[in-house]
Design a protein around this ligand. Structure first.
Ligand SMILES: [Cu+2]
Length: 395
């Protein structure tokens, strides 16, 4: 490690030590300011909804400020925080390595966690989890990270002083990818401050399914607020062909109020330190992967799930009425799979790959089998299998 990155790590470490208990009060103040601002905004009905545009996938989206628009609060609103489970790139068909460029930006967004409950999420590319990054073993991967949404009004939070920015707890954002071999997983090279964009390059050498996350002080806070995603490094020969692939991440969330308490919720650092989340969520919010957004497949189709845990509490992933034909635990996709598994523990900062064939039509619930988390705290998704029933299997 060179001297400047050692120094940076030291700064990060010191920052973690010094960003202490006043965070919560500061967050609350920032949120109150936001709420007041929103009320004012609603009164005058003057703001366009440029920030409401959907942006999914890995690409950067440009949304120009409207003429005459005043500087918005940096916590802009969004109508959907949860990434759909089918929002991931298709399997790679390449037989040669190449340079893969990944465009990421960070954004803080107030969004609905459940009806009547809102929260200020910190995101990669405006969704939780961040974009699913897909590369092949041997590829050079170049990560570009922009602090703020490029081209958007208030991008890089230019309307705030750096002091205000620091007070909100996110002077810098960054990325640590578990697919990287090197100090900090890239994070020492990628501390991106207000108004900055940085990039770094690594070679994907170890096929597997990995988590990435923000690693800027206070690191656990950035992660708890939603700054995580997954990166798949496919083996050179690719993965076995399947009909459907889905991307899920379970996250634990620490709101000032209890589960279901209405209104804009502040982040509770105290609950995070006590490891007592109010919410356990698949893809960012209650019901993110249910109803119209449920996982869907047909009888006879082969299904592959990539399931990870971005934040701080291990998950106990289970499909009610399903059996994992193949399970690749701990992200170890190069190993022979475990066969016929009912439930798998996924550590924080880890991911698994699951494959199974849809056999009996109907609706299946995906849960954390520590079941209060599913029934009372949000960790519930739906898988709908359509098609003709085979009576010998189930009647
Ligand atoms: Cu961050």
């Amino acid at each position: 490690m060179n001297r400047s990155s050692s120094l940076l790590l030291l700064i990060i470490a010191l920052g973690s030590l010094t960003s202490g208990c006043s965070d919560e009060a500061q967050n609350k103040a920032a949120l109150e300011k936001y709420a007041a601002n929103q009320a004012e905004k609603a009164k005058h009905q003057s703001m366009p909804t440029a920030e409401m545009t959907e942006h999914s996938g890995g690409g950067m989206q440009h949304s120009m400020p409207m003429p005459g628009e005043s500087a918005p609060p940096h916590q802009s609103g969004i109508d959907e925080i949860g990434r759909r489970a089918d929002d991931l790139p298709a399997p790679l068909s390449r037989t040669q390595p190449q340079l893969v460029s990944v465009d990421l930006y960070t954004d803080e967004l107030v969004a609905e966690m459940m009806p009547g409950v809102t929260y200020e999420y910190w995101t990669y590319n405006g969704k939780v989890p961040g974009p699913f990054i897909r590369v092949r073993s041997g590829d050079q991967v170049e990560i570009h990270l922009n602090h703020g949404k490029p081209g958007a009004a208030g991008a890089a939070h230019s309307e705030h002083t750096s002091d205000q920015h620091a007070a909100a707890g996110h002077s810098a954002h960054s990325i640590d990818l578990h697919a990287v071999v090197g100090p900090g997983g890239g994070a020492p090279l990628m501390q991106v401050e207000q108004g900055e964009q940085k990039s770094f390059r690594f070679k994907a050498t170890h096929p597997g399914i990995y988590v990435y996350h923000c690693a800027s002080p206070h690191v656990p806070t950035h992660i708890a607020n939603g700054m995580y995603g997954m990166i798949l490094v496919e083996p050179e020969q690719g993965l076995a062909k399947v009909d459907r692939e889905f991307y899920l991440m379970q996250g634990d969330f620490y709101t000032s109020g209890k589960y279901g308490d209405k209104g804009l919720q502040a982040f509770s650092k105290e609950k995070m330190l006590a490891e007592k989340p109010e919410y356990f969520l698949f893809n960012g919010r209650v019901g993110s992967l249910s109803g119209e957004r449920a996982l869907k497949a047909k009888v006879g189709e082969k299904i592959r799930l990539f399931v990870g845990v971005g934040s701080h509490v291990a998950a106990n992933f289970h499909i009610i009425g399903g059996i994992f034909d193949n399970l690749y635990p701990e992200g170890a996709i190069m190993n022979a799979p475990l066969k016929n598994v009912q439930t798998t523990v996924i550590a924080p900062g880890s991911a698994v790959m699951i494959e199974f064939t849809a056999e009996v039509p109907g609706k299946y619930l995906l849960v954390d089998h520590s079941l209060t988390r599913a029934i009372d705290k949000g960790a519930l998704a739906e898988l709908v299998i359509e098609g003709a029933a085979q009576p010998e299997l189930y009647r």
